[in-house]
Design a protein around this ligand. Structure first.
Ligand SMILES: O=C(CO)COP(=O)(O)O
Length: 256
């Protein structure tokens, strides 16, 4: 069962800071109806802003679409105004949480150390962290892609036990491809995914099953080629996840 599931593609929508109760209801109902027609080879989820977790739980609980949050606190509980604990997210039936998205690293100065702490908190709360790694355009142009990604991933692998790391999902999101309409090429994605897998395998053979997603301007017209790459286990979809038709088309492209 576990092996079979690890071969299934996982498509996760990251709504970022978008939504309204009325708009979400339309989107979620359309997603639930469309996802019911997908075969079992694709798993789907949406990661929504915190205030919408209750709505998503209500509207998706009968559907095969899972849900999650886009961040969580590095703390368990306490006097941390504005923070949201993983246990709170889990109380709303969430299964997933995005950790270390480049927008958090950039706009909230999240360090590799904080990302690691958040990943631990997620696992403790029974959530699966989707840990994002990615290089900026300047880093890619300076030939530092593997160095940057290696540091981001090593920080995680040093801090988590193998048993914990087995439960994570990685997402390769080149910063220059996010929201730009300029996806990385299949060759670029393939080479980075192989690089990340080599690092995982060097730590422990058990980590060969860790899912590695691609994110960055994934759309219905490029999803099939990206998702057909053997090292690509799914997608983390931003803009296209806000349109039911586009998100479902990407899910269909992921089907075996
Ligand atoms: O950041 C992303 C998903 O986390 C990707 O966003 P876009 O699909 O809008 O490029």
């Amino acid at each position: 069962m576990k092996l079979l599931e690890s071969k299934n593609k996982l498509i996760v929508g990251n709504w970022k800071m978008h939504g309204s109760l009325a708009g979400n209801a339309l989107l979620l109902n359309a997603l639930a109806a469309g996802a019911a027609k997908l075969n079992a080879s694709v798993l789907t989820a949406v990661c929504v802003p915190f205030p919408y977790l209750a709505q998503v739980q209500t509207l998706l609980q009968q559907s095969c679409v899972a849900w999650g949050a886009q961040d969580l606190s590095a703390h368990l509980a306490g006097a941390y105004t504005g923070e949201v604990a993983g246990s709170m997210v889990a109380e709303f039936g969430a299964r997933w949480v995005i950790v270390g998205h480049s927008e958090r690293r950039l706009y909230h100065q999240e360090s590799n150390e904080q990302v690691v702490l958040k990943a631990k908190r997620a696992l403790e709360a029974g959530l699966t962290p989707i840990i994002c790694v990615g290089e900026t355009l300047a880093e890619r142009e300076a030939g530092q892609t593997e160095q940057v990604l290696g540091q981001q991933l090593q920080a995680v692998l040093t801090a988590l036990t193998v048993a914990q790391a087995e439960r994570m999902v990685l997402a390769y999101e080149p910063v220059w491809a996010i929201g730009t309409g300029k996806s990385a090429t299949v060759q670029e994605v393939s080479s980075v995914h192989l690089f990340l897998r080599r690092i995982l395998a060097a730590v422990d053979a058990k980590l060969a099953h860790v899912r590695v997603l691609y994110g960055g301007s994934m759309k219905p017209d490029n999803a099939r080629a990206l998702l057909a790459e053997p090292g690509v286990d799914g997608g983390l979809v931003g803009g296209a996840s806000l349109q039911a038709g586009d998100f479902l088309a990407i899910c269909q492209a992921a089907q075996a």
